[in-house]
Design a protein. Structure first.
Length: 387
């Protein structure tokens, strides 16, 4: 049997939820934001090539300072307006950090608009309409809307960047910022439809901080690590000499295009050993790099994938939708490789072309047939193309 809760205890519990401790929530947000600011600053220390951490550190420290400032600026119209502008600036610093991380100019003129808008939204209604209750409600509503707009800009920027860059960490940070919007909606409704006895703009967002602030900053911290991990994985799948896919990378990415009707090209450099023996291995490497550049560009123009299997053996796959153009692509590669580049020895290629059959699920059978066609091209005297 469940014991009954004493009436006095129920009263205290009810009172606790009816009058949340805004000061305690604000203190928690200040401490958490300061901690993340220190983390960003320490990660940034001594790393001049990673300025985005400086932006995010400044955002965290400024947010903590703004929360403390609100405690000591009650009733001061101009100071509160400036603090609200600074609150929007914390969001813009997140955006500037992301832009810096992407190698773009961190600051743009439009980023001043949310900052100025938040300050003006608080000051102008009172200057224009006085201190009437209706004008006070309008001021609270304008404050909430302007701060919510700055949060929405930051959240959408992060989320769209996450979709574009296929960055889960960036998307999570963006969703964390967008997660503040329901709280701002509740805040706006509270100001418009109730008697404002509580500073809801101080209460509800800081209540949201307890969940979302950690998610946001951990997402930001994970963005550089995620990109580094992706680059390491990409480097493991790339041929170190030519930069195209190696055998493992081609198997991974070509598999996505392996459908009935897709065309497979086997490409071989003619007399590669003779080039190395006559002109040196550096010249041979330069020929391989040039072949990869020319052939890779031609295949990429058709939406295909290109890789180096090893030595002077290259392979390409062209999607089924562009398979009719595969023969022309092979001819383009073949003709481009006949052109003598200044400072390089003469070189030619042999190419075999095949197509994935209707009942085949991968590209390996088609590659074997392309190898057979390539072998026939070599028997025919090299410097030719066989389908």
């Amino acid at each position: 049997m469940t014991a009954a809760v004493p009436a006095a205890a129920r009263g205290r519990l009810f009172a606790m939820f009816q009058t949340p401790d805004t000061e305690t929530l604000r203190l928690c947000s200040v401490l958490a934001s300061t901690a993340f600011g220190l983390v960003f600053a320490l990660v940034r220390f001594g790393r001049s090539i990673e300025p985005h951490f400086a932006h995010w550190s400044a955002s965290s420290f400024l947010y903590a300072a703004v929360l403390v400032g609100f405690e000591y600026s009650r009733g001061n119209l101009v100071v509160v307006g400036l603090l609200l502008g600074a609150l929007a600036a914390t969001n813009m610093l997140i955006v500037s950090g992301v832009r810096s991380f992407d190698g773009k100019p961190p600051f743009r003129a439009w980023m001043l608009a949310p900052v100025a808008g938040c300050a003006a939204a608080h000051v102008l209604p009172t200057w224009l309409g006085g201190h009437s209750p209706a004008m006070t409600t309008l001021t609270h509503a304008a404050d909430t809307i302007s701060v919510a707009v700055s949060a929405a800009i930051t959240g959408v920027t992060l989320w769209l960047g996450g979709r574009r860059e296929k960055s889960r960490a960036r998307s999570i940070a963006g969703l964390a910022m967008l997660g503040y919007l329901p709280g701002y909606a509740v805040t706006l409704a509270a100001y418009l439809f109730t008697v404002p006895r509580i500073n809801y703009l101080a209460l509800i967002p800081t209540l949201s901080d307890q969940l979302l602030l950690g998610v946001l900053n951990l997402g930001l911290l994970a963005i550089p690590a995620e990109r580094a991990q992706r680059r390491l994985r990409d480097a493991a799948l790339r041929d170190p000499l030519t930069g195209v896919w190696n055998r493992a990378g081609f198997g991974d990415y070509a598999g996505r295009l392996a459908a009935p009707g897709a065309a497979v090209l086997a490409i071989d450099l003619d007399h590669f050993k003779a080039i190395n023996d006559r002109h040196g291995h550096l010249a041979g490497d330069n020929v391989l790099i040039e072949l990869a550049r020319l052939a890779g560009a031609a295949v990429a123009s058709l939406g295909g994938e290109f890789g180096r299997l090893g030595g002077d053996e290259f392979v390409a796959i062209v999607p089924a939708s562009r398979a009719p153009d595969a023969q022309a692509c092979a001819n383009q590669i073949h003709d481009a490789c006949r052109t003598v580049t200044e400072g390089m020895p003469e070189w030619t290629t042999s190419i075999g072309v095949s197509q994935i059959g209707a009942n085949e699920t991968g590209f390996h059978e088609a590659l074997q047939r392309a190898d057979v066609a390539l072998y026939r091209a070599k028997l025919a005297g090299r410097n030719t193309l066989t389908a």
